[in-house]
Design a protein around this ligand. Structure first.
Ligand SMILES: Cc1cc2nc3c(=O)[nH]c(=O)nc-3n(C[C@H](O)[C@H](O)[C@H](O)COP(=O)(O)OP(=O)(O)OC[C@H]3O[C@@H](n4cnc5c(N)ncnc54)[C@H](O)[C@@H]3O)c2cc1C
Length: 270
C-alpha cells in the first residue's frame, strides 16, 4: 500500500506548517498552556481566520471539503507545536461531522455554516463519572420525552471545552429495556447555556488551557429539533464522531513525536 501524500496534500501540510511557525510556534503554545482555565480564544479565532474549522465540512454549507486524511494532516502539523491544545480544533470539527450526517436538515443548515466559520463550538459530553471505557454500562444520564422535547438529568465528566461551547453533543439513556446493549441511548445537542445546566472545570496536569469539565444536568429542556438521528440509536450515530476522533489521537501523537525529534536533533547540533 502506498502511504505517500499527493502533491496537493504535501502542499497543504507545508502551508499549515508555515502557519504554525508564524501564528503559534512552540514558545507561544507553552505560554498558552501555562494559563490554566484560560481558554485560548485568540488561537481559536486565528484558526477560524485560517479556515481550519471548515475542513471536512461540505462546501454547499460553507465548509471547505476535504476528507479525514486532510483533517489528519492538519492535526499532525498543529500538534507539532500545540500538542494537546490541538483538541480545540478537533472536538468541534468531529462533532460537526455527526451533525452534518445525522441532524435534522434545518439544524444542519443552521449550524454547519457557523461551525465552519468558527462562530459556534460544540463539546462532546459522553463519558460519565462511573466509567468511560464501558460507556453504555456506565450511562446514568437520562432523557425523558415531554411535549415539544426532552428533559435531561444526570452528570458527565471530562467534557473538553464544555464551558466555552455553544452546544454539548450529549448522549443520554432514553430506554431502560433496549433490545441490544448498544440501543436505548439518544444523542442531543444541548444548548449552552440552558436552565439547569452547569459546567465546572477540572484542574489537571496537561492540556490545561483547553479545559476539561464536569457537566451537571438538572431537568434540562432540549427541543425535539436538537435530537440527532433516531432516538435509541445514539451510540451508532456517535461513531462517526468517535471513529474520526480516535484517528485524530494517532495523528496528534505523531505530530508530538515530530516535534520531539525536531528538538532532539536541534539540541544535538548545538
Ligand atoms: C484530557 C481528557 C479529555 C477527555 N475529553 C472527553 C470529551 O471531550 N468528551 C467525553 O465524553 N469524554 C472525554 N474524555 C473521557 C475519556 O474518553 C475517558 O477518560 C475514557 O473513555 C476512559 O474512561 P475512564 O476515564 O472512566 O476510565 P475507566 O473506564 O475507568 O478505565 C480505567 C482503566 O481501566 C482499564 N479498563 C477499563 N475497563 C477494562 C476492562 N474491561 N478490562 C481491562 N481493563 C479495563 C482502562 O483501559 C483504563 O486503563 C476525556 C478524558 C481525558 C483524560
Amino acid at each position: 500500500m502506498d502511504f505517500s501524500l499527493t502533491p496537493e496534500q504535501e502542499l497543504f501540510a507545508k502551508t499549515v506548517r508555515s502557519w504554525v511557525d508564524k501564528e503559534c510556534p512552540k514558545n507561544v503554545a507553552r505560554d498558552i498552556e501555562m494559563q490554566e482555565f484560560e481558554y485560548p480564544f485568540e488561537l481559536w479565532d486565528k484558526m477560524s481566520a485560517a479556515g481550519f474549522h471548515a475542513i471536512g465540512l461540505p462546501e454547499d454549507l460553507g465548509g471547505a471539503g476535504g476528507d479525514v486524511l486532510t483533517q489528519m494532516i492538519l492535526t499532525r502539523e498543529l500538534a507539532r507545536s500545540l500538542a494537546g491544545l490541538t483538541w480545540i480544533f478537533g472536538i468541534s470539527s468531529f462533532c460537526a461531522k455527526s451533525i452534518n450526517a445525522f441532524a435534522r436538515q434545518d439544524v444542519r443548515e443552521e449550524l454547519i455554516p457557523s461551525l465552519a466559520a468558527g462562530d459556534v463550538r460544540v463539546a462532546i459530553s459522553v463519558t460519565e463519572p462511573s466509567g468511560g471505557t464501558d460507556l453504555m454500562g456506565a450511562m446514568r444520564t437520562r432523557a425523558v420525552e415531554v411535549p415539544g422535547g426532552w428533559r435531561i438529568s444526570g452528570q458527565k465528566i471530562w467534557s473538553t471545552a464544555a464551558h466555552v461551547s455553544d452546544y454539548l453533543f450529549l448522549m443520554a439513556r432514553t430506554s431502560d429495556s433496549p433490545d441490544k446493549p448498544a440501543h436505548g441511548v439518544t444523542l442531543f445537542l444541548v444548548p449552552n447555556p440552558s436552565e439547569g445546566l452547569e459546567t465546572r472545570q477540572i484542574p489537571k496536569l496537561g492540556m490545561r488551557a483547553v479545559g476539561s469539565c464536569e457537566v451537571f444536568l438538572d431537568d434540562v429542556f432540549v427541543p425535539d429539533r436538537y435530537v440527532v438521528g433516531e432516538p435509541g440509536m445514539g451510540f451508532y450515530r456517535m461513531l462517526s464522531t468517535l471513529n474520526n476522533e480516535r484517528i485524530m489521537v494517532a495523528a496528534l501523537c505523531t505530530g508530538i513525536l515530530d516535534a520531539v525529534l525536531e528538538d532532539a536533533v536541534e539540541h544535538l547540533n548545538e
